[in-house]
Design a protein around this ligand. Structure first.
Ligand code: NAD
Length: 289
């Protein structure tokens, strides 16, 4: 029987990060200060509203004040930017989250650029992405930080290793590439225009799958012993009609070849949530007095 990869347990990593967040929160409170996150939302879609409500509940459960700055689903770009700028000026607000999607016609990047960088706890402002390029790991997007945390949890020395990242998005592929380069990893970034994806992934000692395509990485595309980090969250309907959440990696087949692997769900997802909590309290600690 083929040996099975060790599971990288996102819940265990998330708990370590949540403890770090609690420690930072205690320091913020000891200084007589508060953490207050505003979630800007402009959607009439019940699923988006539910997601935002759950995010606020997550903050609250971690002892962080959070409130929704709710705009109508038909809000304009100027109105969303106005809301963001009001929160930038509000000394009581220490962190801003921009809930996506925004109404059609709004340029998300233009809105993200208006968030004050010190309150940008999701790490999406160009200044924070620039800091990531300069090697400040904790400035970057939460999901990218979560990927690094998951790799670190294996305890392997990544220096000199071959990493392949599938996906080149602003919030995952690109910042993960920058963070790994900083750690002296040899990085290849694949995307939809890549020829021979499998030729690249089979070289990967570290494989980060962030394509958003269910099980696009099949078992035969995995190098023996690789660290496989599956960022994808895809809802699929199985032939028997059952709805399931799967990653970008064909889990069982990959598990038979990999050395370490993150499950979906229970891998990168909970780590990302914990990273956002840590970023929220860190921003409050660093805030101007
Ligand atoms: P995105 O759609 O912005 O980017 C996907 C990238 O993958 C693109 O660069 C595209 O070129 C590439 N790609 C798509 N299909 C490909 C293929 N067949 N071969 C090679 N490259 C391909 O997505 P994103 O926002 O980066 O998110 C990626 C996935 O991660 C999604 O499933 C998303 O739901 C998930 N996600 C998970 C978390 C988490 O906390 N676990 C957070 C954010 C996003």
């Amino acid at each position: 029987m083929a040996s099975q990869a060790q599971l990288i347990d996102g819940k265990v990593i998330a708990e370590k990060i949540r403890q770090e967040a609690r420690d930072i929160l205690a320091r913020v409170r000891a200084e007589g200060r508060n953490v207050h996150v505003a979630v800007v939302s402009a959607s009439d879609d019940p699923a988006s509203r539910m997601y935002v409500a759950r995010q606020c509940a997550d903050f609250a459960a971690a002892g962080i004040d959070a409130a929704v700055r709710e705009l109508p689903g038909g809000a304009t770009e100027a109105e969303v930017i106005d809301a963001v700028e009001g929160l930038n000026r509000d000394g009581g607000v220490t962190g801003i989250v921009l809930a996506l999607p925004l109404p059609g016609g709004i340029d998300v990047r233009r809105v993200q650029e208006r968030i004050r960088p010190s309150k940008d706890i999701e790490g999406v402002h160009p200044q924070n992405l620039g800091m990531t390029a300069l090697g400040r790991q904790r400035a970057g997007p939460s999901t990218a930080q979560a990927v690094i945390e998951a790799i670190d949890a294996t305890g392997i020395d990544v220096c000199g290793k071959e990493a392949v990242i599938v996906g080149r998005s602003q919030i995952v592929g690109k910042p993960v590439a920058l963070m790994l380069i900083e750690r002296r990893v040899t990085v290849t970034v694949c995307h939809t225009a890549t020829r021979d994806l499998a030729g690249h992934t089979r070289r990967a000692e570290i494989l980060v799958a962030a394509a958003g395509r269910p099980e696009v990485i099949t078992g035969d595309m995995i190098r023996e012993g690789a660290v496989v980090i599956d960022v994808g969250i895809n809802r699929v309907t199985r032939p028997d009609g059952a709805r399931r959440t799967v990653g970008d990696v064909e889990f069982e087949a990959a598990r038979a070849r990999a050395g370490w692997i993150t499950p979906v769900p229970g891998g990168v997802g909970p780590v990302t949530v914990a990273v956002l909590l840590r970023s929220a309290v860190s921003a409050a600690l660093a805030a101007d007095r």
